[in-house]
Structures are given as C-alpha cells and as structure tokens.
Write a protein that binds this ligand. Structure first.
Ligand code: PLP
Length: 398
C-alpha cells in the first residue's frame, strides 16, 4: 500500500469525540472504561485513519497564505466535484446544479422545510440512521417507516408493496432514501432504485437521496446515483453528497447538493440561504479540492481495499458466534448486529453486553436508537490490528 492505514494518531486532546467524549445521547449510558484499557473507537461514523495526504497538503498550502477574508467558491471547487462525479459515477453534472451545504442533515432540514409541513409524515426505511430520526423529530415531522426485509438469498431488500402502502396510507409527499444504506450497509442495485423511483413518481413523492456513503462501497460493488436512473428521476430527486464521510473531514464541515430540477433547486436554496447560516469555510473548500484530486482518489481506492478486508475479517469472526445475526455490508464501514438469540442463550441483556465492551475500551454503539431491539452498531473504519485487539479484549475472561 502506498498510503498508511495502520498508524493511529493520538486523537485524545485533538478534537475527536470518537475518543474524547464517547457518550450516547440515547439508549445505553456508559460508565467508562476499566483502568488500563485504551479506547478503541468503534461507534461514531468517522474513521481512525489519517486522512489523505493530498487534503493535508491542500489545507496547509492555503493556510500558509495568512489571510482568510470573505470569499466566493472558486471554479476549481466546482470543477473538482464535476470531475469526481464523472470519474466515479459516470454522470455529467454542471455547475448550476451544485450547491454548497454545511451538512447533509442541514440539506435535509432545508428540503423538509421547503416541501413538507410540520406534523406531516415523512417516509424512510428501517432501520434508520439516527441523524434522520433526530432531524425529523426536531422539525416535528413524524416518521412513516417501511422496514427492509431479508430475501431468500439473505439480502436486505426494500419491501415495495409495503412502501406503496405507507405512501398511500400516510399520504407521503417526501421520502428519505439512504444510498448506500446506513446502518444496513446495502449498495442498491439499479433495478431496486428504478423501482423505488417509479413508486415515488406514481405517488408524487420527492426523493431526498442521501448519498454521503457513496464513495465507500466495498470491492465488487458500484454505487448508482438515484438521479441517474432516468430523466424522470432527475426531476424528483434532491441528492446530498460530501467528502466528509469518505475522507473523515466532518470536523471541517462541507457537503453539497445536486439538484437538476430548477423548481426544487430554487425552493431548497431559498430556505437554506434565508438564515445566512449556510456558508462555506475556505479551508474546507481546499480540503474538498485535495480530496477529489487524483491522489485523493488513489487513497480512497486503497481505503476501500482496507475496509473490504476489515469487513471480511469481522464478519468471518462474528459468524462463529451462534445467535448473533447480521447481514454482511456491501458498503459503508458499519456492521449492524442483532444479538437477540445470543443474549437469550446466555440469559443476559443488551445493556450488559454493551457495558462488557465499554469496560474493556471497546467503544461500540447501542444499535437500538437505529430501530432494532438488542442490536449493536460497530464501526470498522480503523486499522485491522485494532479490530483484532478489540476482539481479543472481548474474548478475554476477566
Ligand atoms: C446516512 C448519513 N447521512 C448524513 C450523515 C451526517 O452528515 P453531515 O455531517 O454532513 O450532516 C451521516 C453521518 O454518519 C450519515 O451516516
């Protein structure tokens, strides 16, 4: 490997909730780790790797110019996005369809405010990323949730009949589509996206396609942007992207939307610009340019190889444990475990299991707020040696 995916920086005291404030806002309340255990962060969705050197260089170069006054995004920023989308996803986009967003959830909030009313139900799949649930709750948009279902090949699929039932019964006008899906790790196939889009067209539903995880598909899979499946799809889709998840840049902030339909675009931008809060940071602009460079792309492809190996390793390992059920992720670095049978067989409960890990510095995440009882979400975006260390600590009887 050309890039370093084994060194772990000391993130303590360096602005990282992953190791500094491992708390859970809902569900399991940790009591801390036992003495002598370092923290292995396997919860919040950022990675325990150094980011791509091209990003650090781009930021350092700009920071060396000691002036940070008002600015407008440069052409290079838009060119980097246009080229990235073409290289990675084979789509042609133009500058006017791209709009800066402080965050994907910020983009979602603006879109919700533009197209739905307080009290109106919003569709999404279950299990659901907690950020969606919090945003909907704080904006007083109740949820209409259709659960993903296992098919006879063991793949989690959308249940199209159930989706249509939700659309009709809840008079849905707005759907959140997470692609790839967090926490299920699904990379949707073209026919699945097409079918979902068809249903949305039939019922006049606007799609908010959250594609923040699109760069992190594992080997053998290809992400397909929702808007790219047809000309009709372009008309009803608001897509959100970011380099933040891919390159661990969340602390720098900086996402963007792609909206082809001018009417949808204008409405979203009207809401997001009204508060004057949605403004780009000059260093995050340069971070994106560094991320979407040739070197950034090379780094990403090595990262995908590392994540694929991590997921293979963890899944092989965990499948030895009877009663822990999961579906192997095709994308993301998240693993969502259903521990119901495992806990029943041992006469214990999820709180105790979570605590067992936390006490040993294995900071895994309570999966219940994502929608499933007795579940744990595990972040595998860290060096393989740390995953092995986490397993060793969990296995040690002390
Ligand atoms: C599916 C999904 N959307 C959005 C976000 C957060 O995006 P942002 O920080 O840009 O609001 C996350 C973070 O984990 C995520 O998993």
């Amino acid at each position: 490997m050309k890039y370093d995916f084994t060194t772990v920086l000391d993130r303590m005291g360096n602005d990282a909730i992953a190791v500094e404030f491992p708390t859970s806002p809902r569900g399991f309340q940790p009591e801390g780790t036992k003495d002598g255990y370092s923290i292995i962060p396997m919860w919040v969705a950022d990675m325990n790797f150094m980011t791509a050197p091209s990003i650090v260089e781009a930021i350092q170069k700009r920071a060396a110019h000691a002036s940070f006054g008002y600015f407008s995004p440069r052409e290079e920023y838009y060119d980097a996005i246009i080229s990235w989308q073409k290289r990675r996803y084979h789509v042609d986009i133009t500058r006017e369809v791209i709009g800066y967003e402080n965050g994907v959830l910020g983009a979602l909030s603006s879109a919700l405010a533009a197209f739905t009313e307080p009290g109106e139900k919003v569709f999404l799949h279950g299990p659901s990323y907690i950020g969606f649930l919090h945003t909907l709750e704080s904006m007083n948009r109740p949820t209409s949730v259709s659960d993903l279902v296992l098919d006879d090949q063991g793949i989690l699929r959308m249940d199209f009949d159930d989706i249509e039932k939700h659309f009709e019964e809840d008079q849905i006008r707005f759907a959140i589509f997470c692609s790839p899906h967090n926490p299920a790790g699904r990379v949707w196939e073209r026919w699945e996206i097409e079918k979902f889009v068809e249903l949305c067209l039939k019922h006049n539903v606007i799609i908010f396609s959250d594609e923040i995880w699109c760069d992190l598909v594992l080997n053998g899979y290809q992400h397909i942007p929702t808007h790219s499946v047809s000309e009709e799809a372009k008309k009803i889709t608001i897509t959100a992207y970011a380099p933040t998840k891919t390159f661990s840049l969340a602390g720098l902030v900086g996402s963007y939307h792609v909206i082809f339909n001018e009417e949808l675009r204008d409405k979203v931008r009207k809401v997001s610009s009204a508060t004057h809060y949605n403004g780009m940071n000059v260093l995050s602009q340069h971070a994106l340019i560094g991320a979407y460079s040739k070197e950034g792309e090379e780094w990403l492809d090595e990262l995908r190889q590392v994540l694929t190996e991590n997921v293979d390793y963890a899944c092989d390992y965990i499948s030895r444990y009877e009663g822990i059920e999961f579906v192997k992720p095709q994308g993301t670095y998240m693993l969502y475990l259903d521990c119901t049978k495992f806990l029943e067989a041992r006469g214990t409960d999820i709180e105790k299991m979570l605590k067992y890990g936390w006490e040993r510095g294995v900071i895994w995440q309570d999966g219940r707020p994502f929608g499933k009882e007795n579940s744990i979400r595990i972040n595998l975006g860290l060096p393989l040696w740390q995953i092995k260390e986490a397993i060793a600590r969990l296995e040690k009887k002390d």
